[in-house]
Design a protein around this ligand. Structure first.
Ligand code: FAD
Ligand code: DHB
Length: 391
């Protein structure tokens, strides 16, 4: 096990693994510390929508062979409200762009396999990671593994440890500014062993609450229902989930296919940004420093976009001590982050049933917005551009 590395990376989610591989391609040494076991992170069902830029990067990095084979390229989505579907054709509105449906856990599996092939270190089941002296020239990561205490000397530390990680909290008080909105709802997500009921994603507005139809493969359907942020899963036996999904997606001539549910989970929706994304030699990336509500499908894509900039900055620093990109890191990323935050908020407020809307004011505004999006080419183009990813 190394006792010294150029970049100590905390977290083997998409951010940490993509960063590790980009650094490897530049000949830069890194060690990735992950506190879960490999099986857990390879099975964790989360995002599924890759922007074109994310899919292109994975291909360029040489980890996109299975993505290219198994990923489902989509050129539009459906917005469904008042029981009627309206297609937003991305390709026509964005000059041929689209998205790729490929599960985050598949991206993670591919990246882990690639990492292990490089022979670079990726340590699972690491406990009690403590970043220290991050504002000095020689930051360290202390941690425990198999009961033994370790210390890893680093030139830089990358905090890619997600929203509940430790890196953000090691920045001294008063340096980071936090901005947050917690939405009064969550998503109950399921994975079902059944052929998708539609070729494309369906974002559905309904008086009973938002619903989303997505997929993972020709045999696996991913579905989400708006619920309470702390909804107890025990209250949702499979029959109730299907009943609710049928009610929300109801549309003449369309039916939802049912199959065995193999995964269930509740995710609260929140917007969160901590800035700046850097302190001394600690660089924060992905969910460790920003969360977007899932409606815009941006979280994974932002995480990848952050570490792309970080890898460029580190590569310049290690090749000729040029720190210009590292200095600009936070500013460059935050422009994209706030743009995604705006889009995800916009989708969220347009599609979810708002509590305390007794007179239906919010619901009427939402219907007006949805009608505008599906009847104005300009409004539909704005949605399409944001969805496939800007820049
Ligand atoms: P994470 O994936 O959270 O990875 C962080 C890693 O750090 C984890 O492996 C964790 O175990 C590890 N870790 C944490 N603490 C420590 C510690 N102390 N020491 C060591 N390791 C630690 N995004 C999209 O772009 N599109 C979507 O369609 C989409 N849908 C989503 C649906 C759901 C249900 C959810 C929950 C999320 C969704 N997202 C989506 C968001 C997306 O999954 C996240 O934004 C993405 O996982 C961020 O990647 P990350 O690498 O920054 O963080
Ligand atoms: C999926 C998740 C999202 O948050 C979203 O907006 C679209 C699709 C998915 O898991 O497939």
């Amino acid at each position: 096990m190394s006792e010294r590395t150029q970049v100590g990376i905390v977290g083997a989610g998409p951010a940490g693994l993509v960063l590790g591989h980009l650094l490897h391609l530049q000949g830069i040494h890194s060690v990735i510390l992950e506190h879960r076991d490999r099986e857990y992170i390879e099975k964790r069902v989360r995002a599924g929508v890759l922007e074109q830029g994310t899919a292109d990067l994975l291909l360029e990095m040489g980890v996109g062979e299975r993505l290219e084979r198994e990923g489902l390229v989509h050129h539009g989505v459906e917005l469904r409200f008042d029981g009627v579907g309206h297609r937003i054709p991305f390709d026509e509105l964005t000059g041929g762009k689209g998205i790729t449906i490929y599960g985050q856990q598949e991206v993670v599996k591919d990246l882990i396999a690639a990492r292990l092939e490089t022979g670079r270190e990726l340590l699972f089941e690491v406990e009690d990671v403590r970043p220290e002296d991050v504002d000095s020239d020689s930051p360290r990561l202390r941690f425990r593994r198999d009961g033994d205490e370790h210390e890893l000397q680093c030139d830089f530390v990358a905090g890619c440890d997600g929203f509940h990680g430790v890196c953000r909290d090691c920045v001294p008080d008063g340096i980071l500014t936090y901005r947050e909105r917690v939405y009064p709802f969550g998503w109950l997500g399921i994975l079902a062993e059944v052929e998708p009921s539609s070729d494309e994603l369906i974002y559905c507005h309904h008086a009973r609450g938002f619903a989303l139809h997505s997929m993972r493969s020709p045999e696996l359907t991913r579905l989400y229902l708006q619920c309470e942020p702390d909804e107890p899963l025990e209250d949702w036996p499979d029959e109730r989930i299907w009943r609710e999904l049928h009610a929300r997606f109801e549309s003449p001539g369309w039916s939802l296919k049912e199959g065995p549910i193999i995964e269930k989970g509740v995710t609260p929706l929140r917007s969160f940004v901590a800035e700046p994304m850097q302190h001394g030699r600690l660089f924060l990336a992905g969910d460790a420093v920003h969360i977007v509500p899932a409606t815009g499908a941006k979280g994974l894509n932002l995480a990848v976009a952050d570490v792309r900039v970080l890898a460029e900055g580190l590569s310049r620093w290690f090749s000729n001590r040029d720190d210009s990109v590292l200095k600009a890191y936070s500013g460059r990323c935050l422009g994209r982050v706030w743009h995604a935050q705006y889009f995800a908020w916009w989708m969220t407020q347009m599609l979810h049933r708002m509590p305390d809307d007794e007179d239906g004011f919010q619901a009427h505004l939402q219907r007006a917005q949805l009608n505008h999006v599906v009847s104005s080419r300009a409004a539909a183009t704005a949605l399409a551009e944001n969805y496939v990813g800007v820049g």
